[in-house]
Design a protein around this ligand. Structure first.
Ligand SMILES: Cc1cc2nc3c(=O)[nH]c(=O)nc-3n(C[C@H](O)[C@H](O)[C@H](O)COP(=O)(O)OP(=O)(O)OC[C@H]3O[C@@H](n4cnc5c(N)ncnc54)[C@H](O)[C@@H]3O)c2cc1C
Length: 386
C-alpha cells in the first residue's frame, strides 16, 4: 500500500489551498455564517479552477481524477469549513451518480451543464418519517402521459434552494413494492411550479443550508427519470452505487475539519498566557493537544487507506464504513476538546472553534449515522444486526 501522493495530487492540494486562502478567508466564512448565505462566489471559483470537474470522466468534460483526488478536495476545503464542502459535495456526488446510472443522452445533457456551473445539484432522500430507514419514504411519482406527477415532502435537503439547483429526488414509483424494488430517481429543477421550500434553522452548516421541500402536483417530463425506463424502480441500486465514494469523502471532510481544530487549538495554546506561561506548557493542556493530534492522525490513516482502496477498484465497504465512523466521531471529539483548550474564547462567536463544534456535531448523523455505520461493520463481520 502506497500512501504517497503523485505530483498531480500534490499540485491539486497546493492550488486548491491557494484558492481557498484567497477566496475563503476567515472573514468571508464568518460573513456567510452570519448571513446564512450560500457561497456562490466561492463555488464559481471552484468551477473556474476545475475542482468540480476533477473526478469526472474526460468523455464528459471532466479531468479523470479518482477517489484520492476527491478526498484531497474534501479534506482541503473542510480545513476551512465542512459546511462549504457540502455545497461542492452535492453537485459532485449527484453528478457522479448520473455518470454511473443515467442514459447516455442524459449524461451528455446534464454533466456539461453541471461542470460549467450553469446548474448545481442536491440530493433528497430523507423525509419526516424516513431517515435511517429510507425505505419508509412516502413521496410518490405517478406517471401521467409523458409526465410524472410528484406529491409529498422531503426533509433535511442540503443546498436545495441554491440558484439553478436541480434536486436529485428519490421517489416511490411503486408504493406497493418493497423499497428495494419500488424507488426511482428524478431530476427536478427547484423552481418547478408546485415546489415550496423552507430553510430550517439548524445548529450548524448554516451557509449551504438545510431545507424542507414540499411537492404539490409537481409535473416533470418523463425524461427526468434517471436511467430512462430501465431506471424505473432501480433507485435503491443507485443509492448503493454512490455510497462508497460519498462516505469516503465524508470521512475526508471530517479529517479536514479535525485538522483545523487541532491547528487552531495548538496555535492558541502557544499564544494564550495564564499564570505567566503559555497554557500549552501546562501538562493537562499539552496532553490534550497530543491526544487530539494522535487521534486525527489515526483517523486520517483510516481515511487515506479507504480512499486508496476505492481508487484501486477494490471492494472497500468495511474500510470506508470504519473510516466514516471513526473520522466523524474524531471530528466531534476533538472539536469538544478544542472548546476546552480555548476556554471562554471558544464559546465566543468571534472565534472559529464554536463553528467547528457545531458543524462537527452533525458529522456523526448525516450521510448515515454512527449507529448505522456500526450496524454495517458488525454485519460485515458476520453478525446479524437489525
Ligand atoms: C444537517 C443535515 C443535512 C442533511 N442533508 C441531507 C440531504 O442533503 N439529503 C438527504 O436526503 N438527507 C439529508 N440529511 C438526513 C440525514 O441523512 C438523516 O438525518 C440521517 O440519515 C438520520 O436520519 P434521522 O435524522 O431521521 O434519524 P433516525 O433515523 O430517526 O435516527 C434517530 C436515532 O436512532 C438511531 N437509529 C436509527 N435506526 C437505527 C438502527 N437500525 N440501529 C441503531 N440505531 C438506529 C440513529 O443512529 C439516531 O441516533 C441531513 C441531515 C442533517 C442533520
Amino acid at each position: 500500500m502506497d500512501f504517497g501522493f503523485t505530483d498531480e495530487q500534490k499540485m491539486l492540494r497546493e492550488s486548491l489551498s491557494k484558492l481557498m486562502d484567497r477566496h475563503a478567508t476567515p472573514d468571508y466564512i464568518r460573513g456567510l455564517e452570519r448571513e446564512q448565505a450560500y457561497p456562490y462566489a466561492l463555488y464559481d471559483e471552484w468551477i473556474k479552477a476545475g475542482i468540480l470537474a476533477m473526478p469526472f470522466p474526460e468523455a464528459y468534460g471532466g479531468l479523470g481524477g479518482n477517489a484520492i483526488d476527491m478526498a484531497i478536495i474534501g479534506d482541503e476545503i473542510s480545513y476551512r469549513s465542512t459546511d462549504l464542502s457540502m455545497a461542492l459535495g452535492g453537485s459532485m456526488f449527484c453528478g457522479l451518480n448520473l455518470v454511473r446510472k443515467a442514459t447516455e443522452e442524459q449524461k451528455r445533457y446534464w454533466i456539461p451543464k453541471l461542470l460549467a456551473g450553469e446548474i448545481k445539484m442536491s440530493i433528497s432522500m430523507s423525509e419526516p418519517d424516513a431517515g435511517s430507514d429510507i425505505g419508509a419514504m412516502r413521496t410518490t411519482a405517478v406517471k401521467d402521459g409523458d409526465h410524472y406527477v410528484i406529491n409529498g415532502q422531503k426533509l433535511w435537503a442540503t443546498g436545495a434552494a441554491a440558484k439553478n439547483n436541480v434536486i436529485n429526488l428519490y421517489l416511490k414509483t411503486d408504493p406497493k413494492a418493497h423499497y428495494r424494488q419500488g424507488m426511482s430517481l428524478f431530476l427536478v429543477d427547484n423552481t418547478t411550479p408546485g415546489i415550496e421550500m423552507k430553510k430550517l434553522d439548524m445548529l450548524g452548516r448554516r451557509c449551504t443550508g438545510t431545507y424542507e421541500v414540499f411537492f404539490k402536483d409537481v409535473r416533470v417530463p418523463a425524461d427526468r427519470l434517471v436511467g430512462g425506463e430501465a431506471g424505473l424502480n432501480k433507485g435503491f441500486d443507485f443509492v448503493l452505487s454512490g455510497l462508497q465514494v460519498e462516505r469516503t469523502v465524508s470521512a475526508a471532510n471530517s479529517c479536514g475539519g479535525a485538522r483545523a481544530v487541532v491547528d487552531l487549538a495548538s496555535a492558541y495554546a502557544k499564544e494564550r498566557k495564564q499564570f505567566g506561561k503559555p497554557i500549552g506548557t501546562f501538562q493537562a493542556i499539552a496532553h490534550m493537544l497530543a491526544d487530539m493530534e494522535t487521534e486525527v492522525a489515526a483517523a486520517s490513516s483510516l481515511m487515506w487507506r479507504a480512499a486508496w482502496m476505492v481508487s484501486a477498484g477494490q471492494n472497500a465497504l468495511k474500510e470506508i464504513t470504519m473510516a466514516k465512523l471513526f473520522c466523524s466521531e474524531t471530528y466531534a471529539k476533538v472539536a469538544n476538546m478544542g472548546m476546552q483548550v480555548l476556554g471562554g474564547y471558544g464559546y465566543n462567536m468571534e472565534f472559529d472553534m464554536q463553528r467547528h463544534y457545531r458543524d462537527a456535531r452533525v458529522a456523526t448523523v448525516a450521510a448515515g449515522s454512527s449507529q448505522i455505520q456500526r450496524n454495517l461493520i458488525a454485519n460485515l463481520m458476520g453478525h446479524k444486526v437489525q
